[in-house]
Design a protein around this ligand. Structure first.
Ligand code: 1CP
Length: 347
């Protein structure tokens, strides 16, 4: 019997017995057990203590039969390892640096040795792999260079990305150098995660949505292609996450990841048609669909399943993270509906 998890098979566009499902932010604030632990420890302590990161990662698997777990961590921790001060403020969100200018933060970056600087992530991966249920895959992740560049340049979250766009347009050569440095650090970090045992990698490019197709192709795509090619060499599937990027779909198709994660603003059937049967897709239920009453939720899930599963290469997920107020019972129902769906090309 094959031991390749069905989630990995679906990422590689191979036939599966059931549609695999996992949910972005499945370990998070909608779960009372996460809120309890979060009441006892600051967020960064959860991320940096392998036993706690392991516990949080595995919490949803005790309730639901997810086909994959995602390592509990954050995309911004790599910037800290690159030499930038990081703090999470309950009200304003992440803060990077200690009041320096964006340019000073960019200049101060170094490419870290992940074993030295991110050892707590690698230890968590090894611990999770030791206790994850049979057949359940572990997803490692990082931010994508562009999204990390926005946090670095802005010093945190932003509404209009004024500093990022000014930098990009005024100093394109320096911007390319920054993207190269970030991609180098990411490649080493992702390879270390793979060596520690993750079964797949997801790259989060949350803010790619602010770019025109031409700027995406010029400033982001070449760096993504180099990064993805470097990681691909290691033999685990790669997933690209973005949202609000249906205008960038053709460019993103050229990046080389095995899977594209899509949000609800694009019709899943149309996306599969445009991308063709070789490219696996993940998504794309609106997270707020989980607030519907059960019969309506079931209909919404089935509609997505029918559109996604017309060819092999489909992973059920939401288009973005699960909302903290989501009823836990509805998550259970969603997973049951996905797993009882008869796959047209079942193995
Ligand atoms: O108080 C808390 O509990 C902290 C909330 C929180 C959590 C649970 C943050 C702060 N990060 C995380 C975990 C996290 N972040 C994971 C773990 C795995 C999972 O459960 O899915 C992952 C994959 C991320 C990735 C991440 N962090 C992204 C990309 C995905 C996305 O949601 O778009 C981004 C943009 C971040 C930055 C970040 N982390 C946290 C905050 C508040 C922010 C800023 C978001 C913003 O700028 O609006």
């Amino acid at each position: 019997m094959s031991t390749v998890p069905r989630f990995v098979k679906a990422c590689l566009a191979q036939p599966v017995d059931r549609i695999p499902v996992w949910i972005m932010r499945q370990a998070g604030r909608y779960l009372p057990e996460y809120r309890k632990l979060r009441g006892e420890y600051p967020f960064l302590t959860l991320c940096k203590t392998p036993a706690l990161a392991t516990e949080v990662t595995l919490q949803p698997l005790e309730r639901f039969r997810m086909d994959a777990a995602i390592l509990f961590s954050d995309i911004l921790l790599l910037l800290e390892a690159m030499g930038v001060d990081l703090a999470f403020d309950e009200k304003v969100g992440p803060r990077l640096g200690r009041g320096e200018s964006g340019e000073e933060r960019v200049r101060s970056l170094s490419v870290p040795d992940p074993v030295q600087e991110m050892g707590y992530v690698l230890d968590a991966i090894r611990q999770i792999k030791g206790s994850i249920p049979e057949g359940c895959a572990l997803i490692g992740f990082s931010g994508a260079p562009f999204t990390l560049a926005t946090y670095l340049i802005e010093g945190g979250s932003s509404k209009d990305f004024y500093a990022t766009k000014s930098f990009m347009y005024k100093e394109p050569a320096a911007f390319h150098r920054l993207m190269e440095t970030l991609a180098d650090a990411l490649e080493a970090f992702l390879k270390a995660q793979i060596a520690a045992g993750v079964d797949a990698i997801q790259l989060f490019d949350t803010w790619a949505m602010i770019l025109s197709p031409a700027d995406y192709r010029e400033l982001v795509l070449p760096h993504m292609q180099r990064l993805v090619a470097g990681v691909k060499h290691e033999g685990v599937p790669t997933i690209h996450f973005s949202l609000g990027t249906s205008t960038l779909l053709d460019a993103m198709d050229q990046m080389g990841t095995d899977v594209l994660s899509l949000d609800w603003k694009i019709d899943l059937g149309e996306a599969r048609e445009r991308l063709g049967p070789q490219k696996a897709v993940q998504g794309n239920l609106d997270p707020f669909a989980l607030f519907q009453e059960p019969a309506r939720l079931e209909e919404s899930v089935l509609e997505i399943l029918e559109k996604g599963s017309r060819w092999p290469g489909y992973v059920f997920n939401l288009g973005h993270g699960v909302h903290p107020k989501t009823p836990v019972e509805n998550m259970r129902r969603l997973v049951e509906v996905v797993h009882s769906f008869p796959v047209p090309q079942a193995t």
